[in-house]
Design a protein. Structure first.
Length: 223
């Protein structure tokens, strides 16, 4: 059923692996520049050989990873990602594709910024049903990426764009934001931006399925 497929594709946006594939950046995208330069150039790392070899300094997935000294050659600037289109075939689940609507280099010295130098991306994902609302997403790519990703989820029916720049909720107040620690972060609005509790958003069955989590098992298999 088309609406069921749509709910699965919407829910998949909330998983790091699937989301990076949607952006066409994948897990190979590494930030380059750093050092307070704010250049926000990005580079692709060599793809995995398929062999599960623990990174240097870590004996397993829960061990700290020691950064490698492999030189990274910049291949794209932050600004060049604006307007980047991601075809439906690149996403892996049914959608009509996505597009990066804006890409801004945020400097550590910018007013109100406590997360260092990073590239701020915003965009939309078009669902299969042309009448259903688009999902707005936010992705933040730090210059000094630690090769890890954190997804910031919303609460209830969302209603606002979760932009991934905030501290960990209910975490220690004196800790830096995940973005400041080098995590690439992302969030979305589940296709719903409104403070109204009677919004027409709820008429779309797929949107309600997304909010209720009924397709979570499908999204786990896709990520």
């Amino acid at each position: 059923m088309r609406l069921s497929r749509l709910s699965s594709s919407l829910r998949s946006m909330r998983h790091a692996g699937a989301f990076l594939c949607i952006l066409g950046l994948s897990a190979m995208l590494a930030a380059c520049g750093g050092g307070g330069g704010g250049g926000n150039d990005f580079a692709l790392l060599p793809p995995s050989s398929g062999t599960a070899t623990p990174p240097a300094g870590g004996s397993g997935p829960d061990e700290p990873v020691t950064p490698t000294d492999t030189p990274v050659v910049p291949v794209a600037s932050c600004a060049s990602l604006a307007g980047m289109a991601i075809g439906a075939g690149q996403i892996g689940l049914p959608t009509q594709g996505a597009v990066v609507t804006s890409a801004n280099a945020i400097a550590a010295a910018d007013a109100g910024n406590v997360s260092g130098d990073y590239c701020q991306l915003r965009g939309t994902i078009q669902p299969v049903d042309p009448q259903a609302p688009a999902i707005t997403f936010a992705v933040n790519l730090p210059d000094a990426w630690n090769r890890k990703v954190i997804h910031f989820g919303g609460g209830g029916f969302d209603g606002v764009l979760i932009d991934g720049t905030e501290p960990v909720r209910f975490g220690p107040a004196d800790k830096p934001t995940p973005l400041a620690l080098g995590y690439a972060t992302f969030g979305d609005d589940a296709g719903h931006q409104s403070s109204s509790i009677t919004d027409v958003w709820g008429w779309w069955r797929a949107c309600m399925a997304l909010a209720s989590g009924s397709s979570s098992s499908t999204s786990r298999r896709s990520s």
